[in-house]
Design a protein around this ligand. Structure first.
Ligand code: C5P
Length: 401
């Protein structure tokens, strides 16, 4: 994603400046072309030499340095960039950005930009929570600057609080998505994705579950975020969510249904990748069930769960509805029947009897059944690639609908 992307990394003063070194390495490893600009105080923490060696380019530190390299002029550098990142962003630098002050090389490059920009605030928690800093961050957000939020944790001052710069790997993942300048097909759209198998309680310690890993749903969330969508992920599993994703944790089908209903009116696309249990225990025991004294066995009474997708289909107005059909036999027949019964716009059929694809696997091979169209098969590929391809195919159909 970052291959060949021209990224200006602005490093401002703070102990977290050392993390920008690893970030530079990660960006360069991903084949981004990185040029670094440092503020005077950043140079107190890390030397420009470190960044120039890692980025293989000279580092801009001074507006008035006598240089013969034209690419290091601050305007040329701003024009050159495809994306800008400020990490770490100090309270002082954030204030300057919010006010439009350009009194050194770093702030001048930032003001001269024509690209998107993401900043990673990092400072002491009291500084971070100061109303002036929060006001400036709100102003920057309103100006379209992306904020890569700091984390809770141990601060350099020896106590815990919010304000720590996110780990370089985390920043790198966020930048990968933000710097994607390909046309974002889902900008402004709200996408709701469900993931994982529901857990239907038998008693307080046991439940009925299934083999769904949730990976397909997480892949859809990632692909939708990449395309600029606002994503809500309703999940029964706890994998690392993609950046910029709102995560809602649920366990049972009924909880999943309630969470979906809250999102449904505002949603543009709903992707039901979750494996929802068709049945639940009629009356889950309130205390842990004891083993029966005799050997007559145990009978559990099940009642039907709501078919969430079918209910969404019945209430559908503007939403584009995507369901899955995980089958072990007669894949396409069953999937066609579900497409109609559930009033979905697309049913993604996959054969879960094959060990190398489907449940738990990182790969999938699916057949796409768009309403009123002949089936389209995607060969085996990563679940993320499946999700990207499907979203690309959905976009024009959403516009037609
Ligand atoms: O009928 P089946 O369970 O095979 O349908 C699969 C599709 O329907 C999936 O998209 C799944 O998320 C959804 N589903 C549902 N509620 C159920 C069962 C399945 O929304 N109770």
């Amino acid at each position: 994603m970052l291959v060949g992307k021209k990224i200006v990394l602005v490093v401002t003063g703070g102990i977290a400046a050392y993390k920008a070194v690893t970030l530079t390495r990660l960006l360069v490893k991903a084949q981004a072309d990185v040029r670094v600009v440092m503020t005077k105080s950043a140079c107190e923490f890390v030397t420009p030499k470190t960044f120039s060696v890692l980025s293989t380019h000279p580092v801009l530190t001074d507006l008035f340095a006598d240089t013969t390299d034209p690419a290091i002029d601050h305007i040329e550098l701003a024009d050159w960039a495809d994306y800008m990142v400020v990490a770490p962003a100090s309270a002082n630098f954030i204030a300057k950005m919010a006010q439009g002050i350009a009194d050194d090389a770093a702030s001048s490059v930032v003001i001269a930009r024509h690209t998107g920009i993401a900043i990673a605030p990092a400072m002491n928690s009291n500084m971070y929570q100061n109303p002036a800093v929060q006001r400036n961050l709100n102003q920057l957000s309103a100006d379209g600057v992306k904020i890569m939020a700091p984390e809770q944790g141990q601060l350099a001052e020896g106590y815990a609080g919010i304000g720590r710069l996110a780990e370089p790997e985390n920043l790198f993942a966020q930048i990968g998505i933000l710097a994607e300048t390909d046309e974002k097909t889902l900008t402004g759209k709200r996408v709701v994705v469900t993931a994982g198998g529901t857990q239907e309680p038998i008693d307080p310690v046991r439940y009925i579950a299934n083999h769904s890993s949730g990976k397909m749903g997480y892949a859809f969330s990632q692909a939708a975020v990449e395309q600029g969508a606002q994503v809500t992920l309703i999940t029964t599993v706890d994998l690392t969510p993609p950046p910029f994703t709102k995560v809602v944790h649920v366990k049972t089908a009924q909880e999943m249904q309630a969470a979906l209903m809250q999102q449904y009116d505002a949603a543009d696309v709903v992707i039901m990748a979750a494996a929802v249990a068709d049945y639940r225990i009629a009356e889950p025991a309130t205390q842990k069930m004891k083993k029966q004294a005799d050997a007559s066995g145990l009978t559990l009474k099940l009642v039907e769960n709501p078919d969430i997708l079918a209910e969404l289909g019945a209430q559908k107005s503007h939403q584009y509805l995507v369901g899955f059909a995980a089958e072990t036999q007669q894949l396409l027949d069953h999937a066609q029947a579900k497409l109609k019964k559930k009033h979905a716009d697309l049913l993604i059929a996959n054969d879960v009897s094959q060990a190398d694809i489907g449940f738990g696997s990182d790969d999938n091979a699916v057949t796409l059944l768009f309403k009123n169209e002949t089936p389209e098969t995607l060969p085996k590929m990563s679940k993320l690639e499946v999700a990207r391809q499907v979203l690309k195919l959905i976009k024009p159909r959403m516009e037609e609908a």
